[in-house]
Design a protein around this ligand. Structure first.
Ligand code: KIV
Ligand code: ZN
Length: 525
């Protein structure tokens, strides 16, 4: 085996160009609890665009007013990538999707219908011939609006081969330019998936008129393997998400697929446009806005992905990094810490550190961040990069909020009752409430409820220590749900109780913003 140590991306013929279709904002956002605000979606879209993603699936415009607004705003803003919206095989879906992507430099309508016997019989309650007619009419309608139409055979891997070929042929005939055969339920295996693409590409007479696409769910942990197998079978578009988020066990992780293509370019000769040094930042951003933690041992972007603990490995690494490292941390954007920050660091060093971590802040934002950094440095001996990231992310996340945690005192301990006295500032009005609870966090949340009445249900309360040590900052996530909508708020502070209050208030504020929008449509897989 020849090992390829961080080769430059392979420049090959157009035939081997693989298009990266990111669906973090659509399939990813469908994970229960992963919903993002408009601002967060715009931030993620900007990051994906800058990273070199070819197609950004920005949402499902018919799902809700919020989804429509997100797709439409992303379409207007994205500079390079094609912006796609999802639509079922219904006139109202396709028309709404067309409206949402119409301002994109390059807009795509992605329309789908189920083709497996199970889905047709129980979900659609339609005969195969009726579904075949729907394929033609949905693609034809979409083509009235845009030239770039993707058609997906939902549950494609459990579809009878003859019928799959007939639907693909009909879709291409009606004008579909991309054909996606999704493994909707994460059921296929690499050999089987490769064979499906070979079979369809061989049997469908006009198959060369479209680009074929893979879309793999991870129910059996095979999403990335199946994705690569699909390429071997002839697919040239990859549908994936950052951190692998998505329905149930998620989708193929973009960072894993991309680094497999890059690291094993010797056996996977496909080119793409992704700037791999942005992968870590993109992963952190998506994890932050969704509050879905990245598991420590997650390939490529996990905290331990480049950590070497055992003595034997450390010894080998010191002699030659290639002994245990198949790709460098720098190639995925993990920076070697150059500037060590502490309470004596000045604003110039702080600005440089932010640059190194990939943040560009305006002057006012920088001033505020520097003040918070100085406060933190007074309270904490060692300031790690993660501390600065948590601090800046917290500041960005709370930008433009109307409600602020102004003051908090908590009585905790064995004597009880645990009591919180909380002052919130809302549009420059101050309100104070004292409440008791079953523990200090419960007391704080009760105080918030006393100040801002609401019926939202607490779905998740999660505390994460940003670094090691008892003086570590706490990063708290709070997920609230109301009428089928979930939102997540975050807060970071060396005081876990303050971080908890900030996170709850942030979630509540997002929920209040969502109340202004319409009732969501049922989502798809
Ligand atoms: O998993 C799936 O089948 C989907 C389609 C809507 C493409 O997400
Ligand atoms: Zn999917």
């Amino acid at each position: 085996m020849t090992q390829n140590q961080n080769p430059a991306p392979v420049v090959s013929s157009n035939k081997d160009r693989v298009f990266i279709f990111d669906t973090t904002l659509r399939d990813g956002e469908q994970s229960p609890g992963a919903s993002m605000t408009l601002e967060e979606k715009l931030e993620v879209a900007d990051m994906l665009d800058a990273m070199g993603v070819d197609i950004i699936e920005a949402g499902f415009p018919i799902a809700s007013e919020g989804d429509f607004e997100a797709v439409s705003s992303i379409a207007k803003r994205v500079k390079n990538a094609t912006v796609a919206g999802l639509a079922r095989a219904a006139i109202k879906d396709i028309d709404r999707c067309a409206e949402a992507v119409k301002h994109a430099r390059r807009g795509r309508i992605h329309t789908f219908v189920s083709t497996s016997p199970l889905h047709m019989k129980y979900k659609l309650q339609k005969e195969p011939e009726e579904v075949l007619a729907m394929v033609t009419s949905q693609v034809t309608r979409a083509r009235n609006f845009v030239e770039d139409v993707e058609w997906s055979a939902e549950d494609g891997t459990r579809t009878e081969h003859d019928f799959l070929c007939r639907t693909v042929e009909a879709a291409i005939k009606a004008g579909a330019t991309t054909i996606n055969i999704p493994d909707t339920v994460g059921y296929t295996t690499p050999d089987e998936y490769e064979a499906i693409f070979r079979m369809v590409l061989n049997r469908v007479p006009n198959a060369d008129k479209a680009i074929f696409s893979v879309h793999c769910h991870n129910d059996l942990g095979l999403a990335v393997a199946n994705t690569l197998a699909g390429l071997a079978g002839g697919a040239r578009q990859i549908e994936c998400t950052m951190n692998g988020i998505g329905e149930r066990a998620g989708n193929a992780a973009l960072e894993e697929v991309i680094m497999a293509l890059r690291t094993r370019a010797d056996v996977l000769p496909y080119s793409n446009n992704i700037d791999t040094t942005m992968l870590t930042r993109a992963s952190k951003l998506v994890s932050g806005v969704t509050s879905f933690p990245v598991q420590y041992n997650k390939a490529i972007v996990g905290r331990n992905a480049f950590a070497h603990e055992s003595g034997i490995h450390q010894d080998g690494m010191l002699k030659n990094a290639q002994t245990y490292e198949i790709m460098t941390p720098e190639s995925v954007g993990v920076s070697k810490t150059s500037l060590v920050m502490g309470k004596h660091s000045g604003s110039h060093a702080f600005r440089e550190k932010l640059k190194e971590l990939g943040y560009t802040l305006g002057d006012n934002q920088l001033k505020d961040a520097f003040k918070r950094f100085k406060d933190l440095a007074d309270r904490k001996k060692i300031i790690y990069d993660e501390d600065i990231e948590a601090l800046v992310d917290d500041q960005i996340g709370h930008q433009g909020e109307r409600i602020r945690v102004e003051a908090l005192t908590v009585i905790a301990g064995t004597m009880g009752p645990q009591t919180a006295t909380l002052t919130l500032a809302m549009d420059d009005q101050h309100m104070t409430k004292q409440a008791i609870g079953n523990g200090p966090v419960d007391a704080i949340f009760n105080a918030i409820k006393g100040l801002i009445a609401h019926e939202a249900r607490l779905e998740l309360y999660q505390v994460h220590a940003v670094t090691e040590g008892t003086d570590a900052q706490a990063e708290v996530s709070v997920r609230l749900s109301e009428n089928g909508r979930s939102v997540t708020g975050r807060g970071a502070d060396p005081d876990t109780m303050v971080a908890s209050a900030r996170a709850y208030v942030a979630a509540l504020e997002k929920l209040m913003a969502k109340r202004l929008r319409g009732k969501p449509e049922p989502m798809v897989g």
